[in-house]
Design a protein around this ligand. Sequence first.
Ligand code: G3I
Length: 365
Amino acid sequence: MVGMDRPFRSLTRRACLGSGLALAACDRAARGQPPARPAALPPLKAVAPFPVGSSVATDQIADPGFAALFAANFSQLTPEWEMKMERVLKPDGGFDFAAADRIAGFAAATGARLHGHTLIWYAQDEAPAFRRIDGSPGFENAYRNYILAVAGRYRGRAVGWDVVNEAVAEDGEGYRDCLWSRNLGPDYVAKAFGYAREADPGAVLFLNDYNLENLPKKRATFLRLAERLLAQGAPLGGLGSQTHLSMDTPPGAVRAAVADLARLGLPIHISELDVSTRSDRPSLMSPADRLERQARLVGEAAEALAALPAGQRYAFTAWGVRDKDSWLIRPPRGNPGEDHPLLFDDAGRPKPAAAAFAAAVRNRR
Ligand code: G3I
């Protein structure tokens, strides 16, 4: 498989399909540590009635422990960074797909579905190749060519794309102002969906956003945008709720958000789940309390997705595999050991959140 990392080549799919215990032991053995305590948990993808995904970055796939743990437990991946404009579009307008191709190769080698992320995002509108033509007549053509080049490259390999990410204003009052909206108007969203469909007739095309659980007003604006896109005939195929949660996320908020988002009848992607365990709440000072609260929130999210009709369960994606893989503990946001946001600990052992996920979806297949 082109672009595969050497450490990963040595891991055949068969070797990767061992139990979570074997793989965690593999990771710990590779690090000269004693075997982990028995993990009674089956691989997550074996118990879930929908694809179980994780974000993946190129530095992670070079780590045999990560690769084995991912391959055993996950059936879908989202490139954490490598398919974004800031990585693929060079200042001269050319493309560098080397890192993105490595991630796509890792997906193919592990038999995981590939979910593309993300074509158009307000946070990536500093791209010199676009800034240079800001306000010029050729802007829309360049916008279309960008989407055709990126989504077209993974045509037939990406099962879905986050076509537009975070279009709704932070507080839910309307939509974000960005280079795309200033040059193309609010229809930059519908145009992006049209060009993505032109690039890939088969991919499920998503609108993706965050804080849809704790800001009902933002969720309402997000749903109004989705309804407008559908009314315009845009090929909107699914709704992504990033689901970045915290110790302060109220019980029931995730369930309510998923049910509300699902009322349009589109597939739902819990697209970037993590649950930060940082909290200055005295009542949650104990690590065990935090992990228990995290487990309850992960179980709620998994249950909410599993409760949807099968056709609306696109995937459940965590934004990382092991705590140490999380963006939340990478500078400048944080430092190693300061947060424990994911389903597996640094040694690759399943945490209470992983057990809560399995319990929530068991018998839903
Ligand atoms: O790997 C390069 C390194 O070689 C280089 O020296 C360094 C210079 O800045 O950059 C490194 O790349 C960084 C990359 O993460 C890989 O770690 C980029 O700077 C940094 O911008 C990038 O941050 C990503 C961020 O999105 C912006 O793209 C995070 O990893 C990623 O977790 C985060 O994910 C976002 C979702 O796409 C959208 N939802 C929110 C989520 C969290 O912010």
